[in-house]
Design a protein around this ligand. Structure first.
Ligand SMILES: [Ca+2]
Length: 393
């Protein structure tokens, strides 16, 4: 006892405090009580619907917020709990928030699971400081009744409030989305390699994925590549694409890839650096996710002013195939983009959206053969001219 006390001098105590104050940004993974499984003061009260709770550990609340339990009913409807035993439901204009430490200037992605309850159109507004986006939950992408989503932002401060708010105003004020499994990940943007202009070409860098989540993560509309949850890429359509992992899907390369959903309403793209008038190859891997997606599968690929569709027809037992589109760059930046040609659904439930898988996207310049031969022939022409004039002299 006496020995340990000697360590707790005021000086060492203040050092300890300083160390805690300077404690760096939030770690990757589940936020404090991000799964709403921590027992609140007084326990998980079997509160009547619409009563709300007094407090949720680690979260601040505004408006009617409920902790719903697995199997809980509202009228004839069983409320969906995406993970574990509990989740939070946000009533009209209700909000939950917690303060999070960031590394200023860094990019982050927030992953969360959400389910609709009563209304056809429900949305969640997610914000960190002044960065904000409203994510529509009206489309059911999976038969489970919930989906995981990701949203990206750049940390403008070292500390900010992460908030989820239900912007809806339903007749029944207790109606509103259910939220669960809130995680964070600091993103890094992989460097561009010498032989490939595409950033994050293999989709290996992206939002946090829970190892036990089998639905993948929806990446909603995101027009700004600076704040994308999938570094380098933008989702420029009003429907989402799905970020998938090799633990639950067939992934052509590495551990991550993208599954294209919703036909031409789900477009993923990137602007790549090019040299005008130079010829390039856009190559990519087209695959099947192994999720019982009803064929046919096909991808429409764009590079500059070229567009071509590629039907998925693997050889033998392969679950992916290579595709190639040659184009001539017209500008210093060229847009490459992909969408699914068809609206596909799973053959087992006929309602979950699915589609072709995209991975290993490369854009690389073809050898300077064309340019060289052009300048080469000019050079030869010049030489010939010199020789002719010399002979004439
Ligand atoms: Ca990959």
């Amino acid at each position: 006892m006496g020995v340990s006390w000697t360590w707790f001098t005021p000086f060492s105590l203040s050092l300890l405090l300083l160390a805690q104050l300077a404690s760096s940004a939030v770690e990757d993974g589940l936020l404090n009580n991000g799964d709403f499984e921590t027992t609140p003061t007084g326990g998980f009260a079997s509160a009547a619907i619409g009563e709300g709770v007094a407090s949720i550990p680690s979260w601040s609340m505004n408006g009617t917020v409920e902790l719903v339990s697995f199997g809980q009913r509202q009228g004839g409807m069983i409320l969906i709990v995406p993970q574990g035993e509990h989740a939070a439901r946000l009533g009209n204009d209700a909000e939950i928030s917690q303060t999070v430490q960031f590394e200023k200037g860094s990019q982050y992605a927030i992953t969360f699971s959400a389910a609709r309850t009563c209304a056809q159109m429900e949305a969640l507004n997610v914000s960190v400081g002044s960065a904000t986006q409203t994510i529509e939950l009206q489309t059911l992408y999976s038969v489970e009744g919930w989906d995981a989503y990701a949203w990206g932002f750049q940390a403008a401060d070292e500390e900010a409030r992460l908030a989820f708010r239900n912007p809806g105003m339903e007749d029944d004020p207790t109606c509103g989305p259910i939220i669960d499994s809130i995680a964070i990940k600091k993103l890094f943007t992989p460097d561009r390699s010498d032989d490939n202009e595409v950033l994050n070409w293999d989709f290996e860098e992206g939002p946090w994925m829970f190892p036990n989540t089998s639905l993948g993560i929806l990446l909603p509309t995101n027009l700004d590549e600076e704040t994308s949850p999938l570094p380098g890429w933008t989702v420029e359509s009003n429907r989402a694409v799905r970020f998938i992992d090799s633990a639950h899907y067939s992934v052509p390369e590495g551990k991550r890839a993208v599954e294209l959903l919703s036909g031409k309403e789900g477009i993923i793209s990137q602007m790549v650096q090019t040299t005008p008038n130079k010829q390039y190859n856009l190559t990519f891997t087209l695959g099947s996710a192994g999720d019982k997606c009803q064929p046919p599968l096909a991808v429409m690929a764009f590079a500059g002013d070229q567009a071509q569709n590629f039907h998925y027809s693997p050889v033998g037992n392969a679950t992916s195939q290579a595709a190639n589109l040659t184009f001539t760059a017209r500008a210093e930046r060229t847009r490459v983009a992909f969408y699914s040609v068809y609206y596909n659904m799973r053959s087992d439930d006929h309602s979950s959206l699915c589609g072709p898988v995209l991975d290993e996207v490369r854009v690389w310049g073809l050898s300077g053969a064309v340019g060289l031969s052009a300048s080469g022939s000019k050079f030869i022409g010049l030489l010939m001219g010199l020789v002719v004039s010399w002979v004439l002299l």
